[in-house]
Design a protein around this ligand. Structure first.
Ligand code: ADP
Length: 248
């Protein structure tokens, strides 16, 4: 694996009841790279994230991580999260009856992996870090508010802040702009671009306008493998991609 690769998926396949959801998929991402993954429904985007996070184990192939090329395949979800893979699901899962500050504090005080919130202990030295994280996601002026009172967009940013608290080296983000206002989308774009300056970020997204604004390399999945890869203009001009999106 090259020095400049953080995650290397190679020749990965997974079947559900004989149906190949992921078919000989290869995918690489560099440290601090922003990447958009697009593809029609059923292309395998969710299954891909499930494989990287250890929720689904492939039938074939390799998933290698970090400078030492350790295999993620023998690790469970919690161990993969501790190794630095964070995942943001579509729906925000913040603690609604806690403040923004408390939510961030919990995420900081917990070990990596959500299950460890059960053993949560607040630590005084985390206060400065809470403010830094809030600033990074644009919620510095919202710290005392209850998370339940935030807008949908603000909840998503809070959850991104909570994931960043766990110091991921790779963040997988599922449709971050869904249900957002145009202003919230714009802030989300800026936030993800900023986050990806120091961590790798993979954004699974349907909204092409949003992908365009991310201005990054795009991977098009189709039938469980990579159909095209490159800039958005390049991949959307690819006749195979046009076929898949517009139907034959
Ligand atoms: P996407 O996220 O791109 O819409 P998915 O990864 O969810 O695609 O699904 C890829 C294919 O695998 C789909 O045809 C889906 O029906 C199938 N699939 C996904 N998970 C399962 C499962 N647990 N059992 C059976 N089939 C599944």
């Amino acid at each position: 694996m090259s020095m400049n690769t953080l995650l290397e998926v190679s020749g990965v396949s997974v079947s559900f009841d004989g149906f190949k959801a992921i078919n000989n998929l290869s995918f690489q991402i560099a440290p601090a790279e922003l990447r958009a993954v697009i593809g029609p429904n059923g292309a395998g985007k969710t299954t891909f994230m499930d494989i990287v996070t250890g929720k689904t184990k492939p039938d074939e192939g390799r998933v290698l991580w970090g400078e030492k090329s350790i295999s993620l395949l023998s690790m469970n979800e919690a161990a993969i999260a501790r190794a630095g893979v964070g995942r943001k699901f579509q729906k925000p899962t913040v603690f609604e009856d806690q403040t923004v500050s408390e939510n961030l504090m919990m995420a900081l005080s917990a070990d990596r992996g959500w299950w460890s919130v059960l053993w949560f202990r607040p630590k005084a030295e985390n206060r400065d870090r809470v403010a830094e994280l809030a600033e990074e996601v644009g919620l510095l002026d919202q710290l005392p508010r209850l998370a339940g009172e935030l807008s949908h967009g603000q909840k998503q940013w809070l959850e991104i802040g909570m994931l960043l608290a766990q110091e991921p080296r790779l963040l997988l983000v599922d449709e971050p702009a869904a249900g957002m206002t145009p202003e919230e989308r714009e802030h989300t774009t800026d936030l993800l671009v900023e986050v990806a300056k120091t961590r790798a970020v993979v954004v699974v997204e349907h909204d092409m306008e949003f992908v365009r604004r991310l201005n990054c390399k795009v991977t098009v999945l189709h039938e469980g493998s990579v159909l095209a890869e490159g800039g958005l203009d390049h991949v959307t001009a690819d006749p195979q991609v046009i076929d898949v999106y517009l139907g034959r």
